[in-house]
Each structure stands twice: as structure tokens, then as C-alpha cells.
Design a binder for this molecule. Structure first.
Ligand SMILES: C[S@@+](CC[C@H](N)C(=O)[O-])C[C@H]1O[C@@H](n2cnc3c(N)ncnc32)[C@H](O)[C@@H]1O
Length: 171
């Protein structure tokens, strides 16, 4: 969890109960900037009881495996999708939000993530969102995946502005 999503989630009226970061320095900075408990751990190693109770998870896995000219995906040691899948399998949060670069779309890892979520009873939706359209000083687009537990189709209330809709109903 980084400070930027935490600010956004709070602005949306949510309480952020903890952040998880495997890099101790980054975790300390996150704690200083937000005042939120920063757990230093690999998300794949956590088990229920290691974190305060929560309903939703925001995940910003490393973008380097899916950015630039050479995209190694899960062959890149920095890739976080496998660890994220372990976390979801262990915790089964009600809601999962994943932020990645648009280059993540249509990769094997993207398919694995969506198929795993569906197999575990989630309904994922996704869109490319341009933060600049919402007053955030960042013009890079981001792929946002929102998945809720349950099979019923509940369209996510995506914000207006410059977005490219790629919402899908999986399955
Ligand atoms: C893309 S950055 C997050 C950036 C953030 N969205 C921001 O706005 O600053 C990804 C972070 O995830 C951390 N990370 C990667 N794999 C992890 C894992 N398995 N467990 C915990 N943290 C991990 C990295 O150390 C890195 O700080």
C-alpha cells in the first residue's frame, strides 16, 4: 500500500487500517506519511490474524514487469501478481482493487489473475482510468481492476471523465 491510494481511499470516506510493504524503508515512509500501521512483510507470507480485520484490499503491484520495451511479466523477479494471488487465496477479501499499468492487459498474468478471481467466486470488472481527469497531477493511465465476492453483476460506479471502458463481465 502506498500513500497515494491511501489518500484517495480516505477521500472516498474509507478507513485504511494497515498497509503491507516488503521493503522496510518504503514501509517506514508509508507509515510516516499516512499514520497508518505499515506491516513489513511479503503479502504472500501473511495469514489471517497477521492483519487487523478489513473488508477491502487495494493492491498496487510493481509495474516494471509490464512497462517499457522489455516486459518480462512473471519472469521478472519484481513481479507481484503471484504474491497477490496467494494473498487473495489466504484472505478472501470482500473487495479487491488492483492498480497496474495498461500493459498488464491481455498478458498471461492478467488472464491468470482474472481466471483465479472468478474461480474463487469473485466477479471482476476493469477499466483504464486517467488520473489527470480527476485532478490528480499524474497523466499516466492506469488499469484498475475491481473484483467483489459473489456472482451477481453489480456494475462498479466508475467515475466520469476521460476513461476508456473495457469493463467486462467474466464468465
Ligand atoms: C508499484 S509500487 C507501489 C507504488 C504505489 N502505488 C505508489 O503510488 O507509490 C509496488 C510496491 O510493492 C512492493 N512489493 C512488491 N512485491 C511485494 C510483495 N510480495 N509483498 C509486499 N510488498 C511488495 C514493492 O516493494 C513496491 O514498493
Amino acid at each position: 500500500m502506498s500513500a497515494v491510494p491511501t489518500i484517495g481511499l480516505r477521500t472516498a470516506g474509507l478507513e485504511v487500517v494497515a498497509g503491507v510493504e516488503k521493503d522496510a524503508e518504503a514501509a517506514a515512509l508509508y507509515g510516516e506519511m499516512t499514520g497508518v500501521e505499515a506491516v513489513v512483510a511479503d503479502v504472500a507470507d501473511l495469514r489471517p490474524g497477521d492483519l487487523p480485520p478489513f473488508e477491502a484490499v487495494w493492491a498496487s503491484p510493481p509495474c516494471q514487469p509490464y512497462s517499457g520495451r522489455i516486459r518480462l511479466g512473471s519472469a521478472d523477479p519484481r513481479d507481484g501478481i503471484g504474491a497477490l494471488l496467494s494473498f487473495v487465496e489466504n484472505f478472501h477479501p470482500h473487495i479487491l482493487i488492483v492498480e497496474e499499468v495498461p500493459g498488464f492487459r491481455n498478458t498471461c498474468e492478467h488472464g491468470l489473475l482474472l481466471q483465479s478471481l472468478y474461480a474463487w467466486g469473485y466477479t471482476p470488472q476493469e477499466r483504464i482510468v486517467y488520473a489527470l481527469a480527476f485532478g490528480v497531477p499524474q497523466k499516466r493511465p492506469r488499469l484498475i481492476i475491481v473484483a467483489h465476492r459473489g456472482r451477481e453483476w453489480r456494475p462498479f460506479p466508475w467515475p466520469g471523465g476521460i476513461t476508456m471502458e473495457i469493463a467486462r463481465r467474466w464468465g
